[in-house]
Design a protein around this ligand. Structure first.
Ligand SMILES: Cc1ncc(COP(=O)(O)O)c(C=O)c1O
Length: 421
């Protein structure tokens, strides 16, 4: 364990005064730097005013303002906001709300969900149920719901010569076939828009989301967009769904929502879904899902300050320049004999290490090649945390070009150590 005592910008400082450049934004949460003074001040102000209050029958200004602001900036039609307190909890809410909507509409036969192969949506039982990363799921499989899995539109898994767009089109046909057989018993399709993060930063073409929206309409199933990791500018746009110009039925947000300061999540949905729960009390249609810290005022205030930074500073524009620099620096790796793919979506870049480039044969997982990159990074004062054989970069948005150079140079030397016998 590395005992961290301070954070400053993109850097973490340990108890011995060693510095680590946070190349993964502390699990993809941090946007504007550790201990960002502007956000810290907003948090301190709120702590002196109202730290928490029950969020049932009571409300407060930060939660109201934040809901209004989220409705304003998310894709059209998402105009109702439900608060929870972490990413997995938001997924639970979306799954339950989708099921419950259909139940309230007289469709209690809809009890199943469709998820993409290689997906990750969290580790509580419902979220883990719709995840397909064996490392996290396998042990608990006997406890979980069994979703229908449809093949991911992941471009890396395409046939030789197939474009990302063609992969997306082919995978949509497979999804259509699944829906033809099972839509009548399916509540929703859940996806991580554009990038399947924990599954190895696998990326796909926005056409898949456009096609998914059309299929969900055609077959009367909900579209749940889990933007917990890709939301708030990570994908290059404020929300990944924007790149396909789609509005999902449920959008789950967390992580960057508070710029990495506090645990908070929301599920946005549209009025038609809200209306299905809004009835006279004894009708028993209400959606019951509460957490002690639902809508915590400190977290809402921090989220408001985060969104103020997006409004007042050219964040996405700055990120475009940083992303272009990262792409330039990573490009030479395409020629590396043990690199099968270098891919990037906005401020997420990944390098796929393989045992054999021609056949794309992976290194056996048990060899833990990525761990060598991690350990090398720590020695060099850089936090990189590969997912298996995938070395990725997801720095805070306050990183500068020199810091990106340090990340990439450290990864390059780490990769040489990782692929050596
Ligand atoms: C896409 C996605 N969904 C859900 C989660 C779960 O969020 P949390 O870790 O806050 O429970 C994560 C976490 O990494 C994620 O990447």
């Amino acid at each position: 364990m590395v005992p961290i005592v301070r954070g400053e910008g993109a850097w973490l400082l340990d108890a011995d005064g060693r510095r680590y450049l946070d190349g993964i934004s502390s699990w993809w949460t941090n946007l504007f730097g550790h201990a960002n003074p502007r956000i810290a001040n907003a948090l301190a102000d709120q702590a002196r005013t109202l730290e928490h209050v029950i969020f049932a029958g009571f409300t407060h200004e930060p939660a109201i303002e934040l809901a209004e602001e989220l409705v304003r900036i998310t894709p059209p039609g998402l105009d109702r906001v439900f608060y929870a307190d972490n990413g997995s909890a938001a997924i639970e809410v979306a799954l339950k709300m989708s099921f419950h909507y259909w139940l309230n509409q007289g469709h209690g036969e809809k009890t199943r969900f469709i998820a993409l192969s290689g997906s990750y949506h969290g580790e509580t039982l419902g979220a883990l149920s719709v995840s397909d990363v064996a490392l996290y799921r396998k042990t608990y499989a006997p406890l979980l719901l069994t979703p229908f899995l449809t093949p991911s539109p992941d471009s890396y898994e395409g046939e030789p010569g197939e474009s990302p767009q063609q992969v997306a089109a082919r995978r949509l046909l497979e999804l259509r076939s699944l829906l033809e057989r099972h839509a009548h018993e399916t509540c929703a399709v859940i996806v991580e828009p554009l990038v399947q993060c924990a599954g190895g930063m696998r990326m796909y073409h926005p056409d898949y989301l456009t096609g998914l929206r059309a299929l969900c309409n055609e077959f009367s199933v909900h579209f749940i967009a889990d933007e917990i990791a890709v939301g708030f500018g990570r994908s290059g746009t404020l929300f990944a769904c924007e790149q396909a110009a789609v509005s999902p039925d449920f959008m789950c947000l967390s992580k960057g929502l508070t710029a990495g300061f506090l645990a908070l999540s929301v599920v946005l949905t549209h009025a038609a879904i809200y209306e299905a729960f809004y009835a006279e009390y004894n009708a028993g249609k209400a959606f019951l899902h509460s957490h002690s810290y639902t809508g915590n005022p400190l977290a809402c205030r921090v989220a408001l300050e985060t969104l103020a930074i997006f409004r007042e500073e050219p964040v996405l524009e700055r990120n475009r320049a940083l992303a272009a620099h990262l792409a330039r620096r990573l490009a030479p790796l395409r020629e590396h004999p043990h690199v099968a793919d270098v891919r990037q979506t906005g401020m997420i870049a990944a390098v796929e290490l393989v045992a054999d480039k021609a056949s794309r044969r992976p290194f056996p997982t048990a060899e833990r090649r990525g761990l060598r990159v991690y350990l090398h990074g720590l020695q060099q004062g850089v936090l990189l945390r590969p997912l298996g054989n995938v070395v990725y970069f997801m720095p805070p948005y306050v990183v500068n070009e020199q810091e990106i150079d340090l990340l990439v140079d450290t990864a390059l030397t780490g990769i040489e150590l990782a692929v050596a016998d």
